[in-house]
Design a protein around this ligand. Structure first.
Ligand SMILES: NC(=O)c1ccc[n+]([C@@H]2O[C@H](COP(=O)([O-])OP(=O)(O)OC[C@H]3O[C@@H](n4cnc5c(N)ncnc54)[C@H](OP(=O)(O)O)[C@@H]3O)[C@@H](O)[C@H]2O)c1
Length: 348
């Protein structure tokens, strides 16, 4: 039996990706779509400025967009809400007993909210039981990290687990779709690089600590890695590329690091990538155009591992920002919830 799923922020960049991916998902049925008051009351096809490279799914085209109020016929809500409104709306849904799987930054760093990538820190889902006491409704919020942090944390995790990481320097080259629609004006980004993305460096620096931290006695002990991020918006449509340097606690060879990339566990869920990380030997890769969509857009590709003259090793990592970094990440978190018995919604 499929689980009733609603999409909050269904008209946005992440919302459209959620509509596209969930409409073909074996475990979910889209029963509700919701967005701002400007869109509410309209048919989806009229409310949305569709930018996906597939057609609007027939099952969603004529659905009516609702307001983001907790009266929706859904067991689980996928949120692609603008962060200016996500905080209160998502909390209202959790309070009313819904499961909220969110892409927004608002609740990520709260002590009792899991900030999760199943293949990296599934034990952080244990925070759900603590958070449930806050809402006292059966509802709860689970979040996925910021789009560039996901690719970074996935590529760091196997190295950190095996050898320990003390310092990270990361420079990002982030796609335009990461800014939503219409995002950055074309005259600002075509043939250009913009060396600042608001709040992005802070998100990478703090979220990485939480994700790579340990769950112990109901709390996350942050990883204590020094992370320095420099973020750039580049004229790429989809796919965030990261140039990463790491200092290790236990020294490792190139072969040992590449081997660790291959050892990250695939959960085998419907939306899991076959390979969570693939290391490529081609020094001209990964590239967003060639590697961004591999494995349904859920694979992180690493490459060009070489000695760093300042820290120990440097490499390139690439992740699809609206799939692995957003909609696909939320779907994988929801699949984890199904597989671990969390999806029966109990109203107050
Ligand atoms: N794009 C990415 O790669 C990416 C990656 C990771 C995380 N995120 C995060 O995901 C969230 C969505 O990002 P996006 O890029 O999809 O943004 P977006 O394209 O600007 O979409 C924002 C969505 O929020 C809705 N919304 C705005 N104001 C609202 C209100 N007052 N009440 C209810 N709904 C409202 C919009 O509905 P209307 O159309 O009706 O205004 C739209 O559906 C953000 O928090 C973002 O930081 C984005």
């Amino acid at each position: 039996m499929k689980i009733k799923a609603g999409i909050l922020g269904c008209t946005g960049a992440v919302g459209q990706k959620l509509v596209s991916l969930l409409s073909a998902h074996p475990d979910f049925e889209i029963t509700e779509i919701a967005a701002s008051e400007n869109s509410a009351g309209k048919k989806y096809v009229e409310a949305v400025n569709w930018k996906e490279q597939t057609q609007i799914p027939d099952s969603v085209k004529s659905m009516t967009v609702k307001k983001c109020e907790p009266e929706l016929d859904a067991e689980i809500l996928f949120s692609g809400l603008d962060s200016s409104v996500a905080g209160k709306i998502e909390a209202d849904f959790a309070k009313a007993g819904y499961i909220v799987v969110s892409n927004s930054k608002n609740h990520r760093m709260e002590e009792d909210v899991p900030l999760v990538i199943p293949e990296v820190n599934a034990e952080h889902f244990n925070l759900i039981d603590i958070q449930k006491k806050r809402w006292n409704s059966g509802g709860f919020i689970v979040t996925n990290p910021n789009c560039s942090t996901i690719a970074l944390a996935i590529s760091l995790y196997p190295i950190h687990k095996k050898f320990g990481i003390s310092k990270v320097m990361v420079t990002t080259m982030q796609a335009i779709s990461g800014a939503g629609y219409p995002g950055v004006p074309s005259l600002d980004i075509l043939g250009n690089v913009i060396p600042h993305i608001k709040d992005e460096e802070e998100k990478i620096q703090t979220e990485t600590q939480k994700i790579l931290g340990n769950y112990e006695n109901g709390k996350i002990n942050f990883a204590g890695i020094k992370v320095s991020a420099a973020c750039n918006r580049v004229p790429v449509r989809d796919g965030h590329t990261l140039s990463v340097s790491v200092e290790l606690i236990k020294k490792a060879s190139k072969e040992e690091i590449i081997k660790s990339f291959n050892q990250i566990e695939n959960f085998g869920y419907a939306f899991s990538p076959e390979k969570v990380i693939e290391y490529t030997d081609d020094p001209y890769r990964p590239q967003p155009l060639l590697d961004g969509n591999l494995d349904k857009g859920m694979r992180v590709t690493t490459g060009n591992l070489r000695k760093c003259n300042i820290l120990d090793w440097k490499f390139t990592a690439l992740g699809h920002n609206t799939i692995r970094g957003a909609a696909g990440a939320a779907i994988l978190n929801a699949e984890w919830l199904i597989h671990n018995g969390y999806t029966e919604r109990k109203k107050k």
